[in-house]
Design a binder for this molecule. Structure first.
Ligand SMILES: [Zn+2]
Length: 234
């Protein structure tokens, strides 16, 4: 640990960086923001599906996730892979064990082509890879969908209906669905529908984080704003 810290310090001298979560100097992730990524597992129900979530998105870790997804901070991928891997392991452990059935595979919710072009990477795929997982490409976008950010619960479900299609028949295959943020559950519900429609079985879901809020946050909201709104609502 001490050696690792020393190496990080040496690295920071050579290549100055800022904490992806709070902007503090000299580390790509400061101790406080790193501590916010310690898995904090919870289970949410989406329709009849149990979804294990690695973090509460309404925590300090949110800014690290946003930096990773929207500001190209792939240097935090290994750190964010830890809570996602914990959620995936928990989802697999909670799955019914049927003797003689096929092993559980990880199915990623597809990223839109525009989002991929803009980022240059698929955030969830990269995290699963960093965690040592081998995600399968079993779903594809069937059509373009409006961004979910500005939509309410009903509109999200409507927007996602029929959005994905399986790449092939999945008869006899069993999957855990993997995604980044669980919000309304509309995306996971649609992904599960597409897998079932192709004959596959969805055992559950795993996400990096969950948020109780539909309109999670404006990206520019300060921590004070957020606490104020949270206090008013919850
Ligand atoms: Zn920080």
């Amino acid at each position: 640990m001490i050696l690792r810290e020393a190496l990080l310090d040496a690295y920071a001298v050579l290549c100055p960086v800022n904490c992806a979560g709070c902007g503090a100097d000299d580390r790509y992730l400061c101790a406080l923001c790193r501590a916010a990524l310690v898995p904090d597992l919870s289970v949410r129900l989406v329709g009849g599906m149990r979804v294990h979530c690695g973090l509460d998105y309404e925590s300090r870790g949110r800014r690290v996730i946003l930096a990773y997804k929207e500001q190209g901070r792939t240097d935090v991928a290994s750190a964010l892979a830890v809570p996602l891997a914990a959620a995936v392991r928990a989802a697999i452990a909670a799955s019914p064990l049927a003797s003689g059935s096929s092993p559980v595979a990880l199915a990623l919710v597809p990223t839109g082509r525009a989002a991929f072009r803009r980022r240059g990477y698929d955030p969830v795929r990269l995290l699963v890879r960093r965690a040592g997982g081998r995600p399968e490409r079993v779903l594809l976008p069937a059509r373009t969908t409006a961004t979910q950010k500005a939509l309410g619960v009903e509109d999200r479900a409507q927007n996602m209906r029929g959005a994905f299609v399986a790449t092939r028949r999945l008869d006899g295959r069993r999957f855990i669905l993997v995604d980044d943020i669980l919000t309304s559950g509309a995306t996971l519900t649609e992904a599960a529908r597409a897998i079932s429609a192709a004959g596959g079985e969805v055992l559950g879901g795993a996400t990096l984080a969950f948020t109780r809020r539909l309109h999670a946050f404006r990206d520019n909201a300060s921590a004070e704003d957020y606490r104020g709104r949270k206090g008013a609502k919850d």
